[in-house]
Design a binder for this molecule. Structure first.
Ligand SMILES: Cc1cc2nc3c(=O)[nH]c(=O)nc-3n(C[C@H](O)[C@H](O)[C@H](O)COP(=O)(O)OP(=O)(O)OC[C@H]3O[C@@H](n4cnc5c(N)ncnc54)[C@H](O)[C@@H]3O)c2cc1C
Length: 195
């Protein structure tokens, strides 16, 4: 049987959840969900805020077959949701970082005032609209502490790399060497593996 946790536990299990959100969450009616399931502000499980493993535990589906009430397999859970299913927090995150770093890679070396203004608007709106709300709130917090730098491609790509590393640290993932940003996201690695 899946391990159960209260509403507060489920929300508090998300690294970096802000105090304001946590106290708002605590005001809600307690419900039982498996540990790791993050609730949306509507009090329902938020799929794009939750890992597939926790989501599968909550729906009690066999993720390899899609049928109900069959035990999950570790391999299927670890590989994330099937490609044609709604994304979990990791699939969404991976795709989003790809988009954000690719936007940085195509940003001009010498942007016009209009391009700078567009990029600032984009990251501001992005941070409000990102479907994982706990991720979005943390990203807004990062942007408040470290203002987006948009004066050139290099400046923005380094700012974005540091922002991504801030999330990596929070999740216990290794930090990326930002001096390698250009090879990872724009030119391809010097060893030719991307050619
Ligand atoms: C704005 C935002 C906030 C998020 N907040 C949360 C959160 O609060 N909780 C949560 O569980 N998940 C969060 N995520 C998702 C999380 O960051 C990861 O995307 C997810 O865990 C999948 O991680 P991954 O190991 O596949 O690699 P990802 O972190 O998705 O990275 C993809 C690839 O980018 C490269 N890379 C890694 N770090 C950097 C860097 N610093 N600069 C440039 N390239 C890099 C690597 O090649 C890596 O394989 C967030 C995602 C975004 C976009």
């Amino acid at each position: 049987m899946a391990e159960e946790a209260s509403f507060r536990d489920a929300v508090a299990s998300v690294p970096g959840l802000s105090g304001a959100s946590e106290s708002a969450a605590a005001d809600q009616q307690p419900k039982k969900f498996p540990k790791g399931v993050v609730l949306g502000k509507d009090g329902k499980p938020c799929r794009s805020c939750t890992s597939f493993a926790s989501w599968a535990a909550q729906t009690k589906k066999d993720v390899s077959t899609g049928s109900r009430a069959v035990s999950t397999t570790a391999t299927a859970v670890a590989s994330g949701p099937p490609a044609d299913c709604p994304p979990d927090v990791e699939t969404l995150g991976r795709s989003t970082w790809t988009l954000l770093h690719s936007i940085a890679a195509s940003y001009p070396e010498l942007p016009s005032q209009g391009q700078k203004s567009d990029l600032l608007s984009f990251v501001g709106l992005f941070s409000k609209l990102y479907p994982c709300w706990v991720c979005a709130e943390d990203f807004q917090g990062y942007m408040a502490r470290q203002k987006p730098q948009v004066n050139s491609r290099d400046e923005f790509s380094q700012w974005l790399c540091r922002a991504h590393n801030d999330v990596n640290r929070k999740l216990g993932k290794p930090e990326f060497d930002c001096s390698k940003w250009d090879e990872r996201w724009r030119t391809g690695w010097k060893d030719g593996r991307c050619d």
